[in-house]
Design a protein around this ligand. Structure first.
Ligand SMILES: Nc1nc2c(ncn2[C@@H]2O[C@H](COP(=O)(O)OP(=O)(O)OP(=O)(O)O)[C@@H](O)[C@H]2O)c(=O)[nH]1
Ligand SMILES: [Mg+2]
Length: 487
């Protein structure tokens, strides 16, 4: 069911907000006009609830329709407009494990509560002006954060970092637009062109400087997308190399546990395995693969083929050289092949790879420096590590981050800066920037204001869509249907 079918609907809804499986507590959320009155009959202290002010806790029991006790609960009582949704609402904390929660939900249905749609609570918060769309999106980001850095980025957007930036840029543009429209009115009334003074674009377009500043800030937002996406979605990092190079050892080291089998027998890893790790806060899907070699063994060959396929989808591949054997011709061939794969355009990009479709990079790493030093002549083209002792790992981590993060953003991943992480936001920032640039180019070339003004208006409108001041049913439906139930 589309959310927008419920535009203005404040009917009482209920949903389980926790996962309802294991855990000490479950929470059922209830919201809507008259929801406290509708709930009161099943609550042991119904009278107390009906007269309770907002923002209080009430302890009591929930009974089934026959009067039998279902569970002992704690109610967080909210009164409109001081709640997440802006409506009268309850958070019912009941015993965990799911059974109590399901029975309570069933009881709520009997009383007339409708099951909340995915994201309906947040949708209502938006409809009641409690959250703008960038904050709604941040809610979704926050619950799916993979690392502490992702979490902090999402929390920044939830606190309004992006909203404020958009608003400030929009205010700049509105000033320019208002000036342009005033001039237009003037010229229409008098039937003459507005005074052009001694030249200079400032006369043609009032606030031209402010508009220039807006261009820079919009461009910075557009550029932040690759970085912010990387922090939210992460990247696929594949460890490749010849048998026995130490791929599984490195995988285990980065993971911090002995997940992949390590032996001195070449060909130990037959098929790739993967795990999520955090590298400098970036969520990384790390894959250990079967060693590259010409093999007659059918099973081994299949494993090697799958390794290759994985490399083609990676954001970054670490090619491990077995330092105790040195860089051999076979290594050079495989590296050439991997790089070629990346550059011949055949690579199928993984949706979570960074840099929006650029070729997957290959980082060559010399392993086992505890046994064999990285020759000076090769220091320029590779980093040296020991997967056994951990030597060189800090440098490797730096090299990985540098390869994953767009150049201009290196080093300041953790600095709280306004950024965009949703594709919807990126498209609108691009539109706003394109219209603004077109408007300014036209104004600078002495173009007529009645052509400049609509472009400025479109630039402002695109920003309004980001926060949701301007929104359509389609946008809202597409967005909130991706939420989970209870959010
Ligand atoms: N001295 C030393 N030995 C290492 C290092 N890394 C791995 N080894 C050893 O090298 C051998 C192979 O390590 P693995 O991690 O299994 O290598 P692999 O690349 O996964 O090998 P396959 O799965 O067979 O392709 C093991 O005996 C490891 O203990 C290192 O940095 N220094
Ligand atoms: Mg292995």
């Amino acid at each position: 069911m589309a959310h927008t079918a419920y535009y203005g609907d404040e009917a009482p809804v209920a949903a389980l907000a926790t996962d309802g499986s294991r855990g000490a507590l479950d929470i059922i959320r209830v919201s809507g006009k008259g929801s406290l009155e509708l709930f009161a009959p099943c609550f042991s202290r119904g009278e107390k609830l009906l007269t309770a002010p907002g923002n209080v806790l009430l302890h009591g029991w929930i009974r089934d329709s026959g009067g039998a006790l279902l569970d002992e609960v704690m109610l967080s009582v909210f009164r409109s407009p001081r709640s997440y949704t802006g409506e009268d609402a309850l958070d019912i904390s009941c015993h965990g494990g799911g059974r109590a929660a399901r029975s309570i939900l069933e009881r709520l249905r009997e009383l007339g509560f409708r099951d909340a749609l995915r994201g309906e609570f947040t949708f209502r918060a938006f409809m009641h002006g409690k959250l703008d769309l960038t904050r709604c999106e941040a809610v979704m980001e926050l619950v799916s954060s993979k690392t502490e850095l992702s979490l902090k980025k999402a929390a920044g957007r939830l606190s309004g970092l992006l909203y404020t930036e958009i608003k400030e840029i929009k205010d700049l543009l509105i000033e320019v637009l208002t000036g342009a429209e005033l001039l237009l009115d003037y010229s229409e009334e008098d039937g003459v062109a507005p005074p052009s003074g001694t030249g200079g674009t400032e006369d043609v377009l009032p606030g031209r400087k402010a508009a220039g500043a807006a261009v820079l800030r919009l461009a910075a937002l557009a550029a932040s997308y690759a970085r912010e996406r990387l922090c939210q979605e992460g990247a696929l990092l594949v460890i490749a190399g010849r048998p026995n190079a130490g791929k599984s050892s490195l995988f285990n080291y980065l993971l911090g546990e002995e997940r992949s089998s390590v032996t001195e027998t070449p060909g130990t890893t037959r098929d790739w395995i993967e795990a999520w790790v955090s590298i400098g806060g970036i969520p990384v899907r790390l894959a250990d693969t079967a060693g590259f070699q010409d093999s007659q063994d059918r099973i081994e060959r299949q494993g090697i083929e799958r390794s290759r396929a994985l490399v083609a989808r990676s954001g970054l591949t670490l090619y491990l050289v077995d330092g105790s054997r040195g860089m051999e011709e076979a290594d050079r061939e495989f590296i050439r092949e991997l790089k070629g794969m990346a550059h011949n355009g055949e690579a199928v990009r993984n949706e979570i790879a960074p840099n929006g479709g650029a070729a997957p990079a290959v980082l060559v790493v010399w392993n086992k420096i505890d046994k064999a030093k990285l020759p000076d002549a090769m220091k320029a083209e590779m980093t040296g590590i020991s997967a056994k002792t951990g030597e060189g790992m800090a440098e490797l981590e730096k090299a990985i981050i540098a390869a994953l993060v767009p150049e201009s953003d290196c080093g300041d991943l953790t600095r709280p800066a306004p950024g965009i992480a949703a594709e919807r936001q990126k498209l609108l920032v691009d539109r706003s920037l394109a219209s603004l640039k077109e408007a300014l180019a036209l104004a600078d070339a002495g173009g007529p204001l009645d052509l400049v003004a609509p472009l400025l208006r479109d630039s402002v409108d695109a920003l309004g869509e980001i926060s949701g001041e301007v929104s359509t049913a389609d946008i809202l439906d597409a967005m909130f249907s991706r939420f989970c139930v209870g959010k």
